[in-house]
Design a protein around this ligand. Structure first.
Ligand SMILES: *Cc1c(COP(=O)(O)O)cnc(C)c1O
Length: 403
């Protein structure tokens, strides 16, 4: 049978021949994007509910990002990580003011922000806690793909990945305060958790769990670190997910949505943890002026357009639509906050559904064989949600019900 897509696409042939294999990618090459849509090199159009993997918070190719890049690149592309620069100072002021944490270190990826947090926790243990070095993390968590963050990650099957792994991470079940209490020893310097486990399948932390963690950490002099790489900057309906819990962490990591697609991350920390000495931490691109200018533009736009509030409203509408089709398709455990949502399928046929949706012009993510995750841009409209629902239903009618 002839495929709809031309398999002779020269871009695709070259991609398959020259890009190092890391994943079974769909056989398309993306070319341009606008708002909620992407187009491939064959001219096919896709409605994007992956949102650049919870990254393109303002949609695809927003004018504010191109304007910021154009303006900043005409002034200063790169000074040196050895100098402060103007957009770096402005962005630091904005983020520290918004978060209530007084210090910030800038990086390019979520893994790098978490590496910085891990180093800061170990530094804290070394100088203030008799050499304590252990960091407690949770099962089913995701913290990145560098060697330290791989070791910190609680994904099943990752325990022996790239062995020998960096020691010093203790994994406990998520949402289990007793397990944390049991795991704390004099060697514990920090606890690192996500408030919603995003890659793990969109599982929310219980408020009392996070509140009890704060009390426990205060009592025992342990750093409380929130990985908000996926949940930060409006995604869950508030600027930071910790606002839902009324708990301020000691360290907060941000990436994904903060750059709207430009590589940018941040680790924020309380003044009392401003502990690095010269040479402990750095990076050629820390505070990179183009990244800083984009971050300022993106976060400024998120604030000005009240996108956290919009994410809460559109997320509630999307949830309501999903509940409306729940029975028809046997969907279970519809969950999430704001525009970070997921549901389970009656059978583990997620990959098949994702692929069928792609061919129908809709991009969705299967975070596991039986879980579908939706994380569209924060600018998504009700009309685009309706369009997504109708595409999803027509595909599910075909593959599940044979209609
Ligand atoms: C994506 C993600 C990371 C890793 O970010 P990268 O930019 O891919 O390094 C870390 N933590 C969480 C919670 C994430 O969702």
């Amino acid at each position: 049978m002839e495929k709809v897509k031309t398999v002779t696409n020269e871009w695709l042939e070259e991609a398959n021949a020259s890009i190092l294999f890391i994943a079974n990618r769909p056989q398309v090459v993306m070319e341009h994007g606008k708002g909620m849509y992407l187009w491939d090199t064959d001219g096919n159009k896709y409605l994007d509910f992956i949102g650049g993997w919870a990254v393109t918070s303002l949609g695809h190719s927003p004018k504010v990002i191109s304007d910021a890049l154009l303006e900043q690149s005409g002034k200063l592309v790169h000074a040196s990580p050895g100098f402060y620069n103007k957009p770096m100072v402005e962005f630091a002021r904005l983020l520290t003011g918004l978060s209530g944490l007084e210090r910030v270190f800038f990086g390019s990826t979520g893994a790098e922000a978490n590496e910085s947090a891990i180093k800061l926790a170990r530094k804290y243990g070394a100088v203030r806690k008799n050499g304590a070095f252990e960091i407690i993390t949770t099962k089913r968590s995701f913290h990145g793909r560098s060697l330290a963050t791989t070791a910190a990650t609680g994904k099943a099957g990752w325990e022996h990945m790239f062995a020998p792994q960096l020691p010093g991470f203790v994994k406990v079940p998520f949402n289990d305060i007793e397990a944390i209490k049991q795991a704390i020893t004099p060697n514990t310097c920090a606890i690192l958790v996500e408030l919603i486990q995003g890659e793990g399948g969109v599982y929310e932390a219980i408020p009392s769990y996070i509140q009890e963690l704060r009390t426990l950490c205060d009592e025992q002099g342990i750093m409380l670190m929130f990985d908000e790489v996926q949940t930060g900057i409006g995604r869950t309906g508030t600027m930071f997910a910790y606002e839902h819990y009324g708990v301020l962490p000691d360290v907060l990591t941000l990436a994904k949505g903060i750059g709207g697609g430009f590589p940018l991350s941040a680790m924020l920390a309380k003044e009392t943890y401003n502990l690095f000495e010269a040479g402990d931490q750095g990076g050629t691109y820390t505070g990179q002026p183009l990244a800083m200018a984009v971050g300022l533009a993106v976060v400024g736009e998120v604030l000005q357009r009240k996108l956290p509030q919009q994410a809460a409203e559109q997320g509630a509408y999307l949830l309501q639509q999903l509940h409306g089709i729940q029975e028809r398709y046997g969907l279970t455990d519809i969950r999430g906050k704001g525009l970070l949502l997921a549901f389970d399928l009656p059978e583990p046929r997620g990959a098949e559904l994702v692929s069928a949706c792609l061919h129908a012009g809709l991009l969705i993510n299967a975070s596991s064989p039986s879980t579908i995750r939706l994380m569209p841009a924060l600018i998504v409209s009700k009309a685009e949600i309706d369009e997504m629902m109708s595409l999803l239903c027509s595909v599910m009618d075909r593959i599940y019900r044979g209609d």
